[in-house]
Ligand binder design. Structure first.
Ligand code: PMP
Length: 424
């Protein structure tokens, strides 16, 4: 019996998060035994160059020796106390240094918790119920946010999940990403009822789509005009598209920021933070309730803090961006040589691959890309020893452990994959 068949006897669909199941690309998922640097190794001893990186956290590469040592040392002191530890303050201080818009920060255990709590806070702070999000952006699976969401929700064609009360979903206004005119129109009409805008400042859950010039600026200005809270969901982009996140890269200061992935260095961590006057509304200072048994877990804090220290090395993000550029340019050249319509988007350490002539700038354009071609490309790459995200709607991630050799090997694999797709 395969590991997947066995898993499916005990776990819904054999997985603990839907996209892992390979439904979008077909076939059975590989089961991972261990990983190191840019490579993951499956339980049959096959190795793959990994561009999933646990969906973002592994920016240093897998099992970075210093992170592992830090975690081991911290674990030996006890796993959880449910009482304050100094390392929580150390990580909070570090986050505030890297993202100065974050004056106070609260730790949680996942990105979903971070965005869910930030939305509640924005509603509590403004006394308003409506929120604005963008189609194809994913902010975790809490009820208010599981409306026209991206990633797994797109892959499965169920943008709005059964179980989300209609009355709640009705409070979520879903607009088109990168359409500044629509945002202005909606705020002109109902701005006074809108608690917040939540946005992925670089969309990474409808594959990878950077913000159009002026789009994030428009969000900032309508929020200022109408007293709404601007939330940058930097769960994916935080510490990845720049050390200071997308807010540093594009020079826009959000009121609240949500974090996850890299901030935990591969351990379950999320965080939300921002303007002091808003964050002071959170319990125990204010009336907006939020809590967590394992929040600020010391082992997870240690992994996150060590990761943030290591990525602060000079040139880290410049090197990361260079590697990503080499990768996407190499893949684009391979596609040109093979006569396959292909385009890419990338921002520093994240990228998107599309089987279309022109790189998408909107959700509609992403949806027009050739998902069937992607499916065949994915499997051909897997056979060649390259592990891409198993869906046409997910961004890819490069780590600092990806070397020139890994990139060259990936491009060689793509040449072979595109060749066999053309003859298939
Ligand atoms: N926000 C964004 C932008 C994300 O990409 C994700 C997860 N991919 C989440 C929130 C939810 O985070 P988690 O899976 O840790 O709950």
């Amino acid at each position: 019996m395969s590991s997947f068949t066995d898993a499916a006897r005990h776990i819904p669909g054999g997985v603990n998060s839907p996209v892992r199941a390979f439904r979008a690309v077909g076939g059975e998922p590989i089961f991972i035994e261990r990983a190191g640097g840019a490579l993951i190794h499956d339980e049959h001893g096959r190795s793959y160059i990994d561009y999933v990186g646990s969906w973002g956290p592994m920016i240093l590469g897998h099992a970075h020796p210093e992170v592992i040592r830090t975690v081991q040392e911290r674990a030996a002191l006890g796993l959880s106390f449910g009482a304050p530890t100094r390392i929580e303050t150390q990580l909070a201080r570090k986050i505030g240094e890297l993202m100065p818009s974050i004056e106070l920060v609260r730790m949680v255990s996942s990105g979903t918790e971070a965005t869910m709590s930030a939305i509640r806070l924005a509603r509590g702070y403004t006394g308003r119920d409506k929120i604005v999000k963008f189609a194809g952006c994913y902010h975790g699976h809490s009820d208010s946010l599981l409306v026209k969401a991206g990633s797994g929700a797109l892959t499965f064609g169920v943008p709005t999940s059964p179980g989300v009360p209609k009355e709640l979903a009705a409070q979520t206004l879903t607009l088109a990403y990168n359409d500044a005119a629509e945002v202005k129109q909606v705020f002109d009409a109902v701005g006074g009822q809108i608690a917040c805008i939540i946005v992925e400042p670089v969309a990474g859950n409808m594959n990878c789509v950077p913000p159009a010039p002026g789009f994030l600026e428009t969000l900032r200005s309508v929020c200022d005009q109408h007293g709404s809270v601007l939330i940058f969901d930097e769960v994916m982009t935080g510490f990845r598209v720049a050390l200071g996140g997308a807010q540093a890269l594009y020079g826009i200061k959000p009121d609240l920021t949500t974090l996850g992935k890299i901030v935990g260095g591969g351990m379950p961590v999320g965080a939300f933070g921002g303007r002091r006057d808003i964050m002071e509304q959170i319990a125990p200072l204010g009336p907006v309730y939020q809590a967590g048994t394992l929040s600020g877990n010391p082992v997870a804090m240690a992994a996150g803090l060590k990761t943030l220290e290591l990525i602060g090395e000079p040139d880290f993000h410049t090197r990361l961006a260079q590697t990503t550029t080499q990768l996407v340019e190499g893949l684009a050249e391979a596609a040109r040589d093979a006569g396959v319509a292909f385009s890419t988007n990338h921002v520093c350490g994240m990228f998107g691959l599309f089987f279309t002539e022109r790189a998408p700038r909107s959700f509609t354009e992403v949806m027009a890309s050739d998902a069937d071609r992607f499916r065949r490309f994915f499997h051909a790459m897997l056979r060649e020893g390259v592990y891409l995200a198993p869906s046409a709607f997910e961004a890819g991630f490069v780590s600092i452990a990806h070397t020139q050799e890994h990139i060259a090997e990936t491009v060689r694999a793509a040449q072979a994959a595109l060749q066999c797709m053309n003859t298939a």
